[in-house]
Design a protein around this ligand. Structure first.
Ligand code: PMP
Length: 279
């Protein structure tokens, strides 16, 4: 058992989704990726809240009782027999004959789980490149429509970079699947929350850690130039956690070494994972 679709636990390869499914045909839905460490979902409440916010933003009505949804998630986790895994949850506007207008049918809920492995480059750091942010104006919604993100990530990968840092109106917004931070004079600087970025759950954790440790956490826009001149850079996401960036295009950051603030955040993040309470 490694998946769930509308009330049934299934194998991820089972053909359970009909052709007339709006996630499949229109990308008409929203999603979340939640990491489970040692059987404990990390920041589950925050992920579920964000799923509901994304759904609300696209006028998608999920069962207001989030308890049932959470129970299904926990059941799938148990059924999988895994303890270190990523849970993918997707909610779409359901199944109806193809038509742009909203159908009158129940939403579809699907989930998959897969084991995760910690990425080794988290110790040494990685490289990023800049690309124009060609996405729409509502990037705070965790929508299934990821084409601009996919194209930018692929283009970065083909040039040997881990991530593309997106630039809108001369300012860094975020990565294709991550939030972006620079460290300057011992302060962390990151793009403020707006419609143009996703409110990362890992970003929330990093903000909390920074505040607890007396590291200034400044939410303001910065330019690609400021990024190249930063003392340290890191990016965050549920699956990359806190990823040091030691190269921006052909510029080395901090002599190509992971910086001390980034290290501190990584260590404190591990502590949080370790102490997170089972749900
Ligand atoms: N921005 C984008 C565009 C993303 O896809 C992600 C990954 N979900 C993030 C930021 C980081 O969010 P989180 O820390 O919640 O995984």
């Amino acid at each position: 058992i490694s998946a769930y679709f509308n009330g049934k636990f299934v194998d991820a390869n089972d053909p359970v989704i009909p052709i007339d499914e709006r996630g499949h045909q229109f990308g008409d839905g929203v999603y979340e990726v939640i990491r489970i460490y040692n059987g404990k979902p990390f920041m589950l409440e925050e992920h579920v809240d964000r799923l509901y916010q994304s759904a609300y933003a696209i006028k998608l009505q999920i069962d207001p009782d989030c308890g049932a949804l959470k129970n299904t998630m926990l059941e799938l986790i148990r059924e999988s027999g895994l303890i270190n895994l990523d849970l993918y949850v997707q909610v779409t506007r359901g199944m109806a004959s193809r038509n742009h207008l909203f159908p009158d049918c129940p939403v579809s809920v699907s989930m998959t789980v897969k084991p995760f492995r910690t990425i080794k480059i988290g110790e040494k750091g990685a490289g990023v490149t800049f690309l124009p942010d060609e996405r729409w104006q509502n990037c705070f919604i965790k929508s299934l429509n990821l084409l601009p993100n996919i194209l930018a990530k692929q283009s970065a990968y083909e040039k040997g970079f881990l991530e593309a840092v997106l630039v809108r109106d001369g300012k860094v917004t975020e990565g294709t699947s991550s939030n972006v931070y620079i460290v300057k004079n011992s302060s962390i600087i990151t793009t403020p929350l707006s419609k143009h970025i996703l409110s990362g759950i890992t970003r929330m954790a990093v903000k909390g850690i920074a505040i607890e440790n007396g590291i200034p956490f400044i939410e303001k826009q910065f330019t690609p130039d400021e990024m190249i001149q930063a003392d340290e850079i890191f990016i965050t996401s549920t699956t990359m956690e806190i990823m040091p960036i030691v190269r921006v295009e052909d510029h080395e950051i901090n002599g190509g070494e992971v910086g001390t603030i980034t290290r501190t955040l990584q260590e404190q993040f591990k502590e949080r994972i370790f102490h997170s309470i089972p749900v």
